[in-house]
Design a protein around this ligand. Structure first.
Ligand code: VTB
Length: 347
């Protein structure tokens, strides 16, 4: 086995999210989010069918909204004997509604952690939703040094924004907070406005929103709100590589959901606040995403005649290298390998 198989295999992840974005782009604006999702899944499976890894999906999709997808326990890769083992978390499209409406903020995303058999490296959160707050390395350094007795999830948002002001050396009005536009998040929107910080709302897709504060050039300083739990785990993989952090705690829409999804958990476990290192505790964390439509993280796919341009970001926790990969695909030659047909297809 290679000494550090992550180093080479990580580039196959880029091919997978690129192909997912290219195969899904035809569905942008066409009102069919399931078709976009299915196209992305087919392409991701198709790439991994040619890659020598033993990949097990530990965080899949589709449970919450019954979308087509790649699910928990599914296998990716050839599973040839001796191939390195990876736990895989993915969202073939985060923001399928956005794609279907031709709106901004959709990506294809995969995270992975090299693992020894049987030892999962990613914490699976049983709730559909979590209350999350995500911030970059400078804020993390200050949060860690303040040794607060409570989590940021319990602090009034204006206190957290004051902390950001100090950590980032900005005026309040320059601090940009991203929140997903939902009635359940109105409380955060009000607090951001009252504090005098600057607000950016997104319709869907809170992985880009929560990773953005850890990138110096994203223009976003903080993500806060209630969004999907699997999306939080994917975000945690990126933050392990970028040095930022997030805090997240399970959130339930009602008591029945809490009783069902939280069955078997103690009161303490239900209230536990996780940070990125607790969600992804191992040394190995790879995060890869390709833009489908524009977001704070990545430009979307651009189609110019028979040329498609994709933008991806690839990073891993071991080396902390962050690569931005712009690819020009000549569609007269580019093909994607699909699981459904086991063949190469033109885009
Ligand atoms: C969240 C968010 C995702 O869908 O799961 C959201 O984390 C679903 O929220 O990024 P609702 O159930 O309120 O629609 C996304 O925005 C896209 O999958």
């Amino acid at each position: 086995m290679l000494h550090d198989p992550e180093r080479t295999i990580e580039f196959e992840f880029v091919r997978a999210t690129e192909n997912a974005a290219l195969h899904a782009m035809h569905w942008i604006g066409r009102g069919d989010k399931e078709a976009a999702d299915a196209a992305a899944c087919d392409a991701i499976y198709g790439v991994f069918d040619l890659v020598n890894i033993c990949g097990e999906v530990v965080i899949g999709e589709g449970i919450k909204d019954e979308a087509p997808g790649i699910f928990l326990g599914d296998r990716l890769g050839t599973w040839k004997q001796g191939a390195p083992r990876f736990d895989i978390a993915l969202d073939p499209i985060d923001g399928t509604t956005n794609i279907s409406k031709g709106m901004a903020n959709s990506i294809s995303v995969i995270a992975a952690s090299q693992t020894d058999e049987g030892k999962s490296q990613m914490h699976n959160i049983p709730s559909f939703y979590c209350h999350k707050i995500a911030y970059g390395p400078r804020v993390k350094a200050m949060v860690d040094s303040e040794k607060m007795g409570h989590s940021l999830l319990d602090a009034p948002l204006n206190e957290t924004l004051m902390l950001l002001r100090c950590a980032l050396g900005k005026r309040m009005a320059e601090i940009v907070v991203q929140v997903m536009d939902r009635p359940r998040n109105e409380i955060f929107v009000d607090q951001v406005r009252k504090a005098g910080a600057s607000l950016r709302m997104i319709a869907d897709g809170d992985i880009t929103a929560a990773v953005a504060p850890s990138l110096p050039d994203s223009g976003i300083d903080l993500y806060v709100g209630i969004g999907g739990s699997p999306e939080g785990v994917l975000t945690a993989n990126a933050l392990r590589a970028l040095g930022g952090d997030l805090q997240m705690r399970m959130w339930f829409r009602n008591e029945a959901e809490k009783a069902e999804l939280g069955a078997g958990l103690t009161g303490q476990e239900l209230l536990r606040v996780y940070n990125a290192e607790e969600i992804v505790p191992g040394d190995s964390a790879i995060f890869c995403a390709t833009g489908v439509t524009d977001s704070a993280l990545l430009p979307g796919v651009k189609l110019i005649g028979k040329t498609a341009i994709t933008h991806s970001i690839l990073m891993r926790a071991r080396s902390k290298t962050v690569r931005r990969i712009q690819a020009t695909h000549d569609l007269d030659h580019k093909t994607v390998h699909l699981r459904s047909s086991q063949k190469e297809h033109s885009i």
